[in-house]
Design a binder for this molecule. Structure first.
Ligand code: SF4
Ligand code: ZN
Ligand code: ZN
Length: 321
């Protein structure tokens, strides 16, 4: 936010935010306008949504997913939410409360799935049981449950709240490794295919700071704390590196990601696996390249494991051992 004597570029009223990448400051009203324009540009420019789509938003209780849900409803789309209780101690308890309160205050439909109650495990236990970083079991669980809920619920598209910072950080990681298959699939829209729902990222033109400011200006309460399992996560290091560059040269992050989508991604079309080697998981029927899908493998190992709390998993170091 900015000093009160700064003026909005559009109306010259008092500015509430300075956006160096746009080389301008904005009042609350024109900041919201700018965010809406960026989201509409993403939706229309990438063919993300149709007016008659039935949308399911993956809701975490954080700023991005609540901003995405709020923006879509405000823009006149019909969108329900799905919250997955991951069992990550207080973080999950509080994030669930924010998601529930957001939906209740606006009369929106929020579906919930609780990993411990419905599948017999939680993420700290899964991390220990699978001997992988927590985000690995967490990502596999969320992907599976969101996909499944979208398909079973008759939704035509699944929305996630990934913002420009998230996408640029993933792109940065994939580029550092020249991971061509991942680069080829790093698009803000993935069409429905082989038992997967259509997936879109309407916030891909908004930065993390902008989605946070959207929530503040719109009076949306969200969970500010990061997930305790995120410490040491490579994405955070990539974000920090990009932020350091952005500080020196505003707009670089946006051009890195958006020019990739516009100029580079089309050149990688031939590298995009079409999923011919996918077939139904023997346990749950979800598409997979093996016999048993990643989710069922996590369930198999974790549900039989004695429960492990966040504190025990993180130990005294506060990060995953
Ligand atoms: Fe899951 Fe990792 Fe995100 Fe925490 S940081 S919610 S463990 S993916
Ligand atoms: Zn203004
Ligand atoms: Zn399965």
């Amino acid at each position: 936010m900015v000093a009160s004597h700064s003026k909005c570029r559009v109306c010259k009223g008092p500015a509430v935010i300075d956006l160096p990448r746009h080389n301008a400051k904005f009042c609350a009203h024109h900041f919201l306008e700018l965010c809406r324009r960026q989201v509409v540009k993403a939706i229309d420019g990438f063919g993300m949504l149709r007016r008659d789509d039935r949308i399911l938003v993956a809701v975490s209780g954080g700023k991005d997913s609540l901003a995405a849900w709020d923006l879509l409803v405000e823009l006149g789309y019909q969108a329900d939410g799905l919250y997955v209780g991951l069992g990550i101690g207080d973080y999950s308890d509080v994030s669930g409360q924010y998601a529930t309160a957001f939906a209740a205050e606006r009369g929106l439909t929020l579906h919930t799935v609780d990993l411990r109650q419905e599948y017999g495990y939680d993420i700290p236990t899964a991390a220990r049981a699978t001997r992988r970083v927590p985000c690995s079991a967490c990502g596999a669980s969320k992907r599976h449950l969101f996909d499944r809920a979208a398909l079973d619920g008759g939704y035509t598209v699944l929305v996630t709240g990934h913002n420009l910072d998230d996408e640029a950080a993933v792109l940065f990681g994939n580029t550092l490794r020249w991971d061509v298959p991942y680069l080829a699939r790093q698009l803000p829209v993935l069409a429905a295919r082989h038992g997967f729902p259509k997936k879109v990222k309407p916030l891909c033109r908004l930065t993390e700071r902008e989605t946070a400011a959207w929530c503040v200006v719109r009076g949306i309460d969200y969970l500010v704390e990061e997930c305790p399992m995120a410490a040491g996560n490579r994405h955070l290091a990539y974000k920090a590196a990009l932020n350091a560059i952005e500080e020196q040269s505003p707009g670089t992050k946006a051009s890195f990601y958006l020019n990739f989508i516009e100029r580079m991604a089309p050149l990688l079309a031939g590298e995009r696996a079409e999923g011919d080697d996918l077939h139904p998981c023997q346990r749950c029927g979800a598409p997979t390249t093996g016999e048993i899908c990643a989710f069922c493998r996590v369930v198999e190992k974790s549900a039989a494991h004695e429960p492990v709390s966040v504190e025990v998993l993180l130990g005294r170091k506060g990060r995953v051992a």
